[in-house]
Structure formats: C-alpha cells, structure tokens
Design a protein around this ligand. Structure first.
Ligand code: IPE
Ligand code: MG
Length: 223
C-alpha cells in the first residue's frame, strides 16, 4: 500500500493524513473484494524496515491501525471477514497487539474473505523465523535435526500460514520493487505495477489489476 505520504504531500497535507486516507482505500477494497469473490488479501501495512521512520510517524501509523480495527471490528465480522496478522510480534506496541489479537480471535471462523495484515512484517525475518521454529519443533519431537528441510514442513511456520501462494501482487505508487514482501509466497506470482497512489486506489484500479491478471498465462515453469 505505497504512496500515502506522496498523496498527502501533493495536497499540502501532513503525511499522517495520507495514512488516514489509505485506510479508506482498505474499506473500499474489502467490499469490492467480497463482491468479486476474492478469498485472501494480504496488506503490507508496516514493514520491519519502517521502524527507520520518525517516531511520530510510526506512532501515528499504529494509532491509526488501532482506530481502524476498533471502529470496524463489528462491521468486518458481520461481513464474514477473517482477520489474520503476519509479522513479528516483538516490537509492536501492546495496545496494537491487543486490538489485533481481539480482531483475530473474534473473526477466526469467518470464511468469506481473509484480510491478512502484514504488520512488523519482513520476508527475510519471516524465513529465518520459520526455519528456527521448524528446528525447535524437531528438537521438541526428537526428530532428526540434520534431515533435509522440505517445503511442506517449512511452510507451516511462515507467518502467513495457512494462506496459499500469492496469485497476484499489486504494487502501487510507481515503485518497481518487492521491498521484502512475501518473498517465499510470490515465487510464481503475477505482478501488477501501477502509478496510482494507495489512497487513490479504488474499484477501477482493482478492476484494472484483475483484468491484467486475467490475461496472464501462468505456466509455473512448465509449458
Ligand atoms: C505506505 O505509504 C504506507 C506505509 C509504509 C505505512 P508511504 O508512507 O510509504 O508513502 P510514500 O512512499 O512516502 O509516498
Ligand atoms: Mg513508500
């Protein structure tokens, strides 16, 4: 969800206002996704690298997230949306963890659409975490620690588990890079780059991305 800051700056507003407007884009996306029958959406909300930002911006992002979840939880639940969190819990403020955990617990049986908030998420961190957890589990169960790690064993420990591999990755705001997002899960994803800034991302933007996806021929390395 890139481009919140640029959206705000271009309008003479504070960057925080861009994040606030970005939250509205998530509202639209949730409704459109349900209508179009999408099953899983992962939103890159805060990366392990975003801690480099000024403390006030970091605080504003977490405050906004708490507000976002608390204000909408009943509505999200009534729509049948399941909230998931992917990322390290380590540096997330306890107030934010409280909101996330409550949302995850309340919506865990919902089946219409999963919204996976990637928060304090970094893919390298995820892969190392998964490997370490897998080894820990082997030790606990007295399994052979030197046995080769298979995909099926490893994937269970990814933050995103049990979500499937990504079909379509959308990167907004004109940047053409992955920025440590779901590196394992996008091995064979289709990628859609758009110049649209995240707060401007609307139903038409989603339709453009889906139409592009519709024309991709996915071969997964085969013929
Ligand atoms: C993305 O928007 C939102 C977060 C990382 C939380 P940015 O804040 O990166 O917006 P730009 O890139 O400065 O425009
Ligand atoms: Mg950015």
């Amino acid at each position: 969800m890139d481009g919140n800051g640029r959206w705000a700056t271009s309008k003479g507003l504070k960057r925080t206002e861009g994040h606030r407007e970005g939250a509205k884009a998530i509202d639209r996306l949730m409704d459109d996704a349900i209508e179009f029958g999408l099953k899983n959406i992962s939103l890159y909300a805060f990366s392990t690298e975003n801690w480099k930002r000024p403390v006030l911006e970091v605080k504003a992002i977490f405050d906004l997230l708490i507000e976002f979840i608390n204000e909408r939880l009943d509505n999200i639940h009534s729509k049948g949306i399941c909230i998931q969190h992917s990322g390290s819990r380590k540096r997330i403020p306890s107030s934010a963890l409280k909101s996330i955990d409550a949302a995850v617990a309340k919506t865990k049986k919902n089946k219409i659409l999963t919204i996976n908030f990637c928060l304090n998420y970094g893919s390298k961190d995820e892969i190392l975490h998964a490997f370490n957890e897998a080894m820990k589990e082997r030790k606990i169960n007295r399994k052979d620690l030197s046995a080769p790690m298979k995909e099926r064993e490893f994937e269970k420990y990814l933050y995103t588990y049990p979500l499937p591999a990504v079909d379509l990755l959308i990167r907004t705001a004109g940047e053409q890079r992955i920025s440590n997002f779901l590196l394992w899960q996008i091995a064979y994803s289709e990628i859609f780059f758009t110049n649209t800034l995240w707060p401007d991302f609307n139903r038409d933007s989603l339709v453009d991305a889906l139409k592009s996806y519709e024309h991709r021929v996915r071969k997964f390395g085969g013929l």
